[in-house]
Design a protein around this ligand. Structure first.
Ligand code: F6P
Length: 520
């Protein structure tokens, strides 16, 4: 089986969707709800402890069947199988895409099983206080040094699972901004701190700069031999890691078939396992695997990532929506959007198709958002009354972790009221003046999950991973490479040389030269 390479705009379904859009663009969801009393039930998916309500979208049965026909015509089923079967679907890097294999406990590759064992042994000994620092004290703080996929996932999950966190404090150093590094080092005791250097390539400027600065900081109090008790690394580049001085037993492998932005399930998630313990880390992986099974085995019309992806394509390519908003109603998820921005935008920000041809239709959605209810007091005005169409995902949990029922009732009341206001607007009611008119008819999905647990979080993250993959398949792009970040990295090297040598003569752009002059 091979990975399909179908231009979606040449399909019959695309042509029909274009005509369907012209016919239905003026329909109001408010009227659709009146006409079909069963709409809320028909456009919902129940799965495990998830309830996905997608009824508040500008769709009808024809829209859905045409979108499903599009999925068939672009070969979505074959593409999903190609990914799960380990084919080299990341063709531009000639790699398989295997993050789902990291959480398939019934079929773990030996190297994955060994690494999980190593993660368990290591985290147990750190958490139980058996892993000692160079003065014989137990570890109290974990510092993850990494950037992009080697930072955002672990940081987001540690924050999301704070309720389950043990006594260890976890910090993240990512930016090459030295002020950030110094702030993260503030108050740290080298005797009780363990540093995890995470870099798939071990060539990333930010991570290596931070790792070297932090090693120098550590060596002000300790000696070279003490590094073994305080620095571990996660990487595919074993040689570079050992050149850095990390003891071989302190190296956790990862593999080129795991993309950075999909790597929190591997040893990249070591800080997560330290923070919440191995058992919770495994639950996170198992939750993701359950979503993998749902995605792989469920008919497309009831398949959560597929339905959400196709509805998003409908807005992106037919309604010309420029962006999508995600609003989790849980402060624990306050780093989810930044994490998903890398996953979604690094994957689908492409303008060349899988045949190598330039694309003349819209691809990657712009994703943004932040937590509710805070967001209601910030950017919601624009979603309600602005001129742009912004489909929004609301993500909430039926039960609060700490109880606090009064807060929980208010939190959920706000979430559900927002989706109602966005749908209904002031439609059919008297309004004093035009400034107070809410058009309504604004699309939303509501993802109501029972409780925020490691397992449900794993499923949620995997849901968005699969959603972005489906969209990449439809758009006929390679979602698993990221060549677009390379040029900036390359130019930064030359620019750094110019700054360090105070010689800007080889910088040929006048604006760049002027900016560099102003640095001194
Ligand atoms: O610059 C983008 C990127 O390559 C991401 O895809 C990746 O997650 C990040 O840099 C970090 O890379 P590494 O883990 O190799 O340091």
């Amino acid at each position: 089986m091979s990975f399909p390479k179908v231009n979606p705009t040449n399909t019959k379904a695309w042509e029909q969707l274009t005509a369907h859009y012209s016919e239905t663009q003026h329909l109001k969801m408010q009227d659709q709800f009146v006409e079909d009393p069963d709409r809320a039930h028909r456009y919902a998916i129940r799965w495990n402890d998830f309830y996905i309500d997608y009824s508040k979208n500008r769709i009808n049965d024809t829209t859905l069947s045409l979108l499903l026909a599009l999925a068939d015509e672009v070969g979505l089923k074959e593409a999903i199988e190609a990914q799960f079967n380990g084919e080299h679907i990341n063709e531009t890097e000639d790699r398989a895409v295997g993050h789902t294999a990291l959480r398939d406990f019934a079929h773990l590759k030996p190297e994955v099983a060994d690494t999980l064992k190593k993660i368990k042994g290591f985290t147990d000994s750190v958490i139980e206080g058996k892993w000692k620092g160079y003065t014989g004290k137990s570890i109290e703080t974990i510092v993850n040094i990494g950037i992009g996929g080697s930072d955002l996932g672990p940081d987001m999950v540690c924050e999301a699972l704070k309720y389950y966190q043990n006594h260890l404090e976890v910090r993240f150093v990512s930016n090459v901004d030295g002020d950030h590094t110094q702030e993260q080092l503030k108050g740290l005791n080298p005797e009780t701190t363990l540093f995890i250097i995470v870099s798939k390539t071990f060539t990333t400027q930010e991570t290596l700069t931070n790792a070297n600065t932090i090693r120098d900081w550590f060596l002000k109090s300790a000696s070279e031999e003490d590094i073994a008790q305080h620095f571990v690394a996660v990487s595919t580049n074993l040689e570079a890691v050992s050149n850095f001085g990390i003891a071989p037993q302190n190296i956790f492998p990862m593999w080129d078939w795991v993309g950075g932005r999909f790597s929190l399930w591997s040893a990249v998630g070591l800080s997560i396992a330290c923070s919440v313990g191995y058992a919770h880390f495994e639950s996170l992986l198992r939750g993701a695997h359950e979503m993998d099974l749902h995605f792989r085995n469920t008919a497309f019309e009831n398949n959560i990532p597929v339905v959400l992806a196709l509805i998003s394509v409908w807005y992106n390519n037919f309604h010309n929506a420029e962006s999508e908003c995600i609003v989790p109603y849980s402060q624990y998820l306050n780093k989810l959007v930044a994490y998903l921005q890398q996953g979604i935008m690094e994957s689908n920000g492409k303008s060349v198709d899988r045949n190598g041809d330039p694309i003349d239709y819209q691809t990657g959605t712009i994703v943004w958002g932040s937590t509710g209810t805070n967001a209601q007091h910030a950017f919601f005005q624009l979603i309600h009354q602005g001129t742009k169409l912004i489909p929004t995902d609301f993500v909430g949990f039926s039960k609060a972790l700490h109880g606090n029922q009064d807060h929980q009732n208010k939190l959920m009341a706000n979430m559900i009221a927002q989706t109602e206001a966005l749908l209904q607007g002031t439609h059919g009611t008297e309004v004093e003046n035009t400034f107070k008119v809410f058009e309504g008819n604004k699309p939303t999905n509501t993802l109501l999950i029972d409780t925020l647990t490691p397992k449900s979080l794993g499923s949620l993250i995997a849901m968005y991973e699969h959603k972005l993959f489906v969209q990449g398949v439809v758009w006929n792009i390679y979602s698993y490479d990221q060549w677009g970040v390379e040029l900036g990295k390359k130019l930064a090297k030359g620019t750094l040389q110019a700054i360090e040598s105070e010689d800007i003569s080889h910088m040929n752009n006048a604006s760049t030269q002027n900016l560099l002059k102003r640095l001194s």
